[in-house]
Design a binder for this molecule. Structure first.
Ligand SMILES: Nc1ncnc2c1ncn2[C@@H]1O[C@H](COP(=O)(O)OP(=O)(O)O)[C@@H](O)[C@H]1O
Ligand SMILES: [Mg+2]
Length: 418
């Protein structure tokens, strides 16, 4: 008999592959243990979408959410469930809704991270509204693109201030290109950002709770090749900087699952795109790195659910600002921010939980990722994305990369030591 059943909900959209893997391994873990004097049983199910009374109870301890980006009913259900029912959700939904890429640049500049200089431009055109004409006539100042371009220096990047998955990002090489891109930007509000070019490394560091994975990233490659297969390509100090940076950003904004893109030039890591809460989790993008994600996801969700981890409803930025205002060298400040992040992610308690309650995950995962269920999950995902004549070829490609992970890493446990 258990004293408490812990229930984890998956709030899904078009996801295919990762829930299959998550659920299969969740079952195989056969979780059943005592924590703080209570016997715990565990279940996991998919969250359905239906009408709800705001006062009705919520049966989940934790929800892993993929929908709040764009599906308002789920987002509002989640917000009410946090406020009324003490639900824990991956990624604070208020933070997700209000902190766009532009805000994330501003905040991390204030903390002293080497975000490249960034401007914002008023939109080129506007949707009509009653007050628009008097507002612009009185207050909008004429400006010269040439002057702004000269101040920033070419090349720079023009990109929508709210991010948006590669849409509308342009490298601007000269004044003519600047005019063309601005004219084409329409009602979109744009950031202009100094280019970190050339750079010697482009890394996408994925954070899930206190766990991180640094992936060599090639933005110019086709989607299935962007995440490179390299491991051990960074020095310990480079890894530590990326980890501290990613955890700082994620803890600051209340994100459990986010990725930080950073470019290294002259030994300095410049973060350029780090408001990506709930990043791509598909085996067709992550392939070699996919098993890490599934394992990290299982660990963090089970930990949060079992320990009744409270959801941080407010951002509480003051401790970060206190560090920012201290007279410390940049690397020391970053370490201090990361210390706050580790406190918020309860890293030590989590590490201990993984060691004592989830020690069997490595072995189960090693064998699961070589199983017919895994192969079928890849096949299903590939079938949904690729033309029929490419399905076999790409299923084989991704399967092979997952097997490579098993050979190189799977048997040994995860590099980030959880
Ligand atoms: N400041 C920059 N320096 C160098 N390359 C950049 C910079 N900003 C953007 N890029 C390039 O443009 C791509 C898309 O920009 P990014 O800010 O990542 O937008 P998105 O939110 O669409 O991913 C990046 O992956 C990178 O290749
Ligand atoms: Mg990006």
């Amino acid at each position: 008999m258990s004293d408490r059943t812990v229930n984890i909900g998956l709030s899904l959209g078009a996801d295919i592959c990762w829930p299959i893997c998550y659920e299969t391994l969740f079952d195989q873990l056969k979780l059943d243990f005592e924590l703080d004097g209570r016997r715990l049983a565990f279940t996991c199910e998919r969250v359905t979408i239906e009408p709800f009374n705001l006062r009705q109870p919520v049966k989940y301890d934790v929800v892993i959410d993929r929908l709040t980006h764009w599906y308002s009913v789920s987002r509002e259900w989640i917000k009410k469930a946090i406020l009324l029912n003490d639900l824990y959700v991956y990624n604070n939904p208020w933070s997700l809704q209000s902190n766009e890429k532009h805000t994330s640049y501003a905040a991390m500049m204030r903390l002293g991270l080497p975000v490249p200089d960034t401007w914002m431009l008023p939109a080129k055109s506007y949707d009509p509204s009653d007050d628009l004409e008097p507002t612009l006539r009185q207050y909008a100042r004429m400006f010269s693109l040439e002057e702004i371009g000269d101040q920033i220096g070419y090349p720079f990047f023009m990109k929508p201030y709210h991010g948006g998955g590669w849409k509308g990002v342009t490298k601007i090489d000269d004044a003519d290109g600047f005019h063309r891109a601005y004219d084409a930007s329409g009602t979109e509000i744009m950031n202009l950002q100094v280019a970190i070019l050339p750079h010697d490394w482009f890394v996408r560091c994925v954070g899930l709770g206190p766990q991180t994975r640094k992936v060599n990233y090639d933005p110019g490659a086709p989607l299935h090749d962007r995440y490179r297969l390299d491991i051990d390509f960074l020095s310990a100090e480079d890894q530590s900087v990326l980890e501290d940076m990613t955890l700082t950003i994620n803890a600051f904004f209340g994100w459990d699952f986010n990725s930080c893109e950073a470019l290294r030039r002259d030994g300095i890591w410049h973060p350029i795109d780090f408001a990506n809460a709930c990043p791509d989790s598909q085996v067709t993008s992550l392939h070699y790195h996919f098993p890490w994600l599934i394992k990290a996801n299982l660990r963090w969700s089970i930990f949060a659910a079992a320990t009744g981890r409270p959801m941080r409803k407010n951002m509480d930025w003051a401790p970060f600002y206190e560090v920012a205002d201290r007279d410390l060298p940049p690397r020391e400040k970053l370490r201090e921010y990361a210390r706050i992040a580790h406190e918020r992610y309860e890293t030590e308690k989590f590490r201990e939980f993984c060691r004592t309650r989830l020690g069997h995950l490595d072995e189960l995962a090693y064998s699961f990722f070589g199983s017919p269920t895994m192969r079928d999950a890849i096949h299903q995902k590939v079938t949904s994305l690729f033309p029929a004549h490419e399905v076999d070829e790409f299923t084989e490609l991704f399967w092979g990369r997952v097997q490579l992970w098993r050979e190189q890493e799977g048997a040994a446990g995860d590099q980030d030591g959880f």
